[in-house]
Design a protein around this ligand. Structure first.
Ligand code: IPM
Ligand code: MG
Length: 357
């Protein structure tokens, strides 16, 4: 099969880790007789520097014309004083919205080989955990009405959280469907004791749960969920939640794996075109030094093969290669933990994965 893949390398370590994933995807294409055509487009700070805006129209058009999108990371201190509309992060929200990517899948699993890197106590991580956060990605407070107005205490800024039945239902279905493919447990997280939008969220989720009698459905308030994630993450399988709560909880979930440099994500919409990116950021402190961990981006490439192209044997092949590299004890600096081995560079780690394929 032949696929066109748009590359949004972005800023910081973005170019290095995307190059690693491309090398891996090319090797897999060779091995299985596919052809992947890669076309790079600008996004984030590099697009501000080159084109004066973080998300040029050419980038949106290029992504819309491709079969799928692989993204590195955006942002860095040199663009931090840009006004809100021109911040690199705005490009991320913009491209998600332009591509209609309302679902964000963020798996957070504990790699047994990396257990010692988790900040949680042995008695907690001993049980292991493997959870899938399904985050709503194009609605809620990140996209709601915002502005300035005169309030009770004078000038104030506001943002609005709003969810429609349609938006809740479509993300709910994705979550119930993924629970059906996993261990059939789904926890919906909201703040229904305070927020009207959460009360609607909970009502719609409850109604949907009737259609999925095999799924053990529960709901939980977000403050409790934040606590339960560090108290006993093994209680969760699939979590579904709003854009902002998902943003926050997915960072927490990635941290407890001890290996944020390992975690991939997929953003999906109604079509098979998705956008795949590592969960970690652009790490400006190590950019250009060949120190970054490429595994999350390589694994994002595997998710692309699985979710956008339906190439599950090829995706398995990449995931197996990553697992065996870890089992053999190879580590980049971020996951070295208390190992005495010397850390591999980004390109060395990529070569290890390539040689396992
Ligand atoms: C993420 C990031 C983004 C988000 C930012 C950079 C806009 O934190 O992907 O989680 O909030 O969605
Ligand atoms: Mg985030």
């Amino acid at each position: 099969m032949e696929y066109n893949i748009a590359l949004l390398k972005g800023d910081g370590i973005g170019p290095e880790i995307v190059d690693s994933a491309v090398a891996v995807l090319e090797k897999v294409a060779d091995k299985f007789g596919h052809k992947f055509n890669f076309t790079p487009y600008l996004i984030g700070g590099c697009a501000i520097d080159a084109a004066g805006m973080p998300l040029p129209q050419e980038t949106i058009d290029g992504c819309l014309a491709s079969d799928s999108v692989l993204l590195g990371a955006v942002g860095g201190p040199q663009w931090d004083d840009q006004p809100g509309e021109r911040r690199p992060e705005k490009a991320l929200l913009g491209i998600r919205s332009a591509l209609g990517l309302y679902t964000n899948l963020r798996p957070a699993r504990l790699y047994p080989a990396l257990r010692s890197a988790s900040p949680l106590k042995d008695e907690i991580v001993g049980k292991g955990f493997d959870l899938m956060i399904v985050r709503e990605l194009t609605g809620g407070i990140y996209f709601g009405d915002r502005g300035y107005r005169d309030g009770k205490y004078g000038r104030e800024a506001f943002d609005t959280e709003a969810y429609s039945v349609t938006e809740i239902e479509r993300i709910g279905r994705v979550a119930f469907d993924s629970a059906m493919k996993r261990s059939k447990r789904l926890c919906s997280i909201d703040k229904a004791n305070v927020l009207e939008s959460s009360r609607l969220w909970r009502k719609v989720m409850h109604e949907l749960s009737v259609e999925y009698p095999e799924v053990a459905y529960t709901d939980m308030f977000v403050d409790n969920a934040a606590m339960q994630l560090v108290r006993d993450p093994s209680q969760f399988d699939v979590i579904v939640t709003s854009n902002m709560f998902g943003d926050i909880l997915s960072d927490e979930a990635s941290q407890i794996t001890g290996s944020i440099g390992m975690l991939a994500s997929a953003s999906l919409g109604a079509s098979t075109r998705g956008m795949y990116e590592p969960i970690h950021g652009s790490a400006p402190d190590i950019a250009g030094q060949n120190k970054a961990n490429p595994l999350a981006t390589i694994l994002s490439g595997a998710m692309m093969l699985r979710y956008s192209f339906g190439l599950s044997a090829e995706a398995d092949c990449i995931e197996d290669a990553v697992n065996s590299v870890l089992d053999k004890g190879y580590r980049t600096a971020d996951i070295i933990g208390d190992s005495t081995a010397s850390p591999l560079s980004c390109t060395e780690m990529t070569d290890k994965v390539l040689s396992e394929l």
